[in-house]
Design a binder for this molecule. Structure first.
Ligand SMILES: CC(C)(COP(=O)(O)OP(=O)(O)OC[C@H]1O[C@@H](n2cnc3c(N)ncnc32)[C@H](O)[C@@H]1OP(=O)(O)O)[C@@H](O)C(=O)NCCC(=O)NCCS
Length: 247
């Protein structure tokens, strides 16, 4: 091109145009001979089209291509996968007499290391002095929590005790324990309870974290509290002093 401009100096406008076009054509032919011609429509022309088609072909046979699936559809599929990871809905309801078998069998699984609690909890369940809440997932029972009147050391207060809370091992860590505790505390408020207490294994870190998350404070250690000899930690929660937003 530079050669062309030097050559053009000193000739008329119309001549300049003719000469320029001849030179450009010559330059293109030279490039073609050297093997790198591009059409005058550049990368949007025929050559660009060929390149684009070959890129598409490569992409469609590559490892991430799913036949018949466009970009929009792929995005849609990712959203579907996200939806599959959304937790199934947890429902909490008051336990009925017919739920006694579930409470018995889950207690056996959840508390066997502490003692024969399945029989004790069944008796408490049927005593009429406790309130048991059941957690359901996809209409199947997956956990329960039992609330009972506490033989109070603090006579002047309305106290209730969470006698047990358990979630099916396969359904743990899905927020069921959270939902049960939240509902138990709501129930206790409804019953005008001022303080909720509970005992949990001193080594039961998972349960202690759950209770602390819902406002329970460690109080004292009860030595050899359980039938099999383990120590327990007493925790309490003065619920009447909290606003609903805390749990
Ligand atoms: C304790 C128990 C009821 C928790 O139920 P869960 O449905 O698994 O609990 P969630 O998924 O709702 O988790 C709620 C909170 O508990 C705590 N938690 C639950 N499992 C935990 C674990 N394995 N390790 C540490 N913290 C844990 C966490 O603080 C968690 O909140 P986060 O997820 O925001 O951290 C359940 O593990 C269980 O049934 N254990 C056997 C019975 C038992 O020990 N009962 C308590 C004594 S009565």
């Amino acid at each position: 091109m530079l050669n062309a401009l030097v050559y053009l100096t000193g000739i008329s406008g119309k001549q300049k145009l003719i000469k320029l076009s001849v030179l450009c054509t010559r330059e293109r032919s030279e490039r073609a001979l050297n093997g790198y011609v591009m059409s005058k429509r550049g990368r949007f022309g025929k050559y660009g089209e060929i390149k684009r088609i070959s890129r598409l072909r490569k992409a469609r046979t590559g490892p991430y291509y799913t036949p018949g699936v466009g970009r929009k559809a792929i995005r849609g599929a990712a959203f579907q996968n996200e939806k599959q990871h959304v937790r199934p809905q947890i429902t909490i309801r008051a336990a009925e007499e017919s739920d006694v078998e579930f409470v018995h069998s889950l207690s056996k699984k959840a508390f066997f290391q502490y003692g024969p609690y399945e029989d004790m909890l069944e008796r408490w369940f049927q005593s009429g002095t406790t309130k048991t809440l059941l957690a359901l997932m996809e209409k199947r029972p997956v956990g329960f929590a039992m609330l009972g009147r506490h033989q109070s050391e603090w006579e002047s207060r309305q106290i209730a005790e969470i006698l047990a809370i358990a979630v099916e091992p396969a359904k743990q860590k899905k927020g069921i324990g959270d939902s049960l505790i939240r509902e138990v505390v709501r129930k206790a408020r409804e019953l005008r309870i001022e303080t909720v207490v509970l005992y949990t294994g001193l080594e039961n870190v998972a349960a202690q974290r759950l209770f602390k998350k819902h406002g329970f404070t460690p109080s004292k250690i009860k030595k050899s509290f359980y039938p099999r000899g383990q120590d327990a930690l007493l925790m309490y929660n003065h619920i009447e002093s909290q606003s609903d937003f805390m749990i």
